[in-house]
Design a protein around this ligand. Structure first.
Ligand code: 3SL
Length: 236
């Protein structure tokens, strides 16, 4: 039976061998949720990049939309920040456009995970799509939590628990302490996810930046149940 494990921070990635595995990159608040929303709203493909310089260069090279965030705020000089609502604005339709995006933690975590056999982006919004893909692949899965500047983030780990619960019939979710811990956290929070995650550091950070509506949006389980960002060549 394949195994599901959880890496609590990209800083811990050197402890894992990603080769042959499915890496699920998770930055619930907000990069992975925003990427899923962008594709769900008709963006054709996404170039996730680590640096702002690459974001500018991809934007010019591909003539695509650019989105960038640093420390929770939109980085100056780009079309969009990292709010999923940037892709839901009827005044600025995104359907049919390509996108390049750079965020503090999420896109950097993705770029650090490319040794995996398959790299996908996970969020509560597309939990079903990620679970279905993992079942089809029948490979070990590593949930890579983007965290915050190398530190543990509650919401990313709680997502790991939600995915482990969905896959518990088909995957070994009991042999890693990290997965067991995530399952416990999910069990604590699942009845009322917004209330449970209100205590997390990044929610407090977003609230201070007046981005609390993003927080509620990012917790809508399976609202883009068929959207699966999969890494192919240089894009999702
Ligand atoms: O660090 C990231 O990747 C972002 O998702 C953080 S924020 O939610 O935009 O502050």
């Amino acid at each position: 039976m394949p195994k599901l494990d959880i890496c609590f921070s990209p800083e811990l990635l050197p402890l894992y061998d990603l080769r042959g595995q499915v890496a699920v990159i998770v930055d619930i608040l907000r990069a992975s949720s925003t990427i899923v929303t962008a594709l769900g709203e008709g963006v054709t493909h996404v170039f996730p990049v680590a640096s702002l310089e690459e974001c500018t260069a991809y934007g010019q090279q591909h003539g695509c939309l650019t989105a960038a965030e640093r420390d929770g705020l939109p980085a100056p000089g780009f079309d969009l920040g990292n709010s999923p609502f940037g892709f839901l604005d009827a005044m600025r339709p995104v359907r049919g456009r390509a996108l390049t995006i750079s965020t503090t933690n999420g896109t950097a975590a993705l770029r650090r995970s490319l040794a995996a056999a398959e790299v996908v982006v996970g969020s509560f919004l597309n939990l079903a799509a990620v679970a279905n893909f993992a079942r089809e692949q029948q490979r070990d899965v590593l949930v890579v939590c983007a965290g915050w500047k190398g530190r543990f983030c509650l919401e990313d780990t709680v997502f790991g628990g939600a995915l482990a619960e969905r896959l518990s019939a088909d995957f070994d979710v009991r042999s890693s302490d990290a997965t067991l811990a995530a399952l416990h956290l999910w069990e604590q929070g699942k009845a009322d996810l917004p209330a449970y995650l209100l205590q997390s550091a990044h929610v407090r950070r977003l609230n201070s930046l007046e981005a609390s509506k993003d927080f509620e949006f990012c917790l809508r389980v399976d609202s883009y149940a068929n959207v699966l960002p999969v890494w192919r060549e240089d894009r999702l």
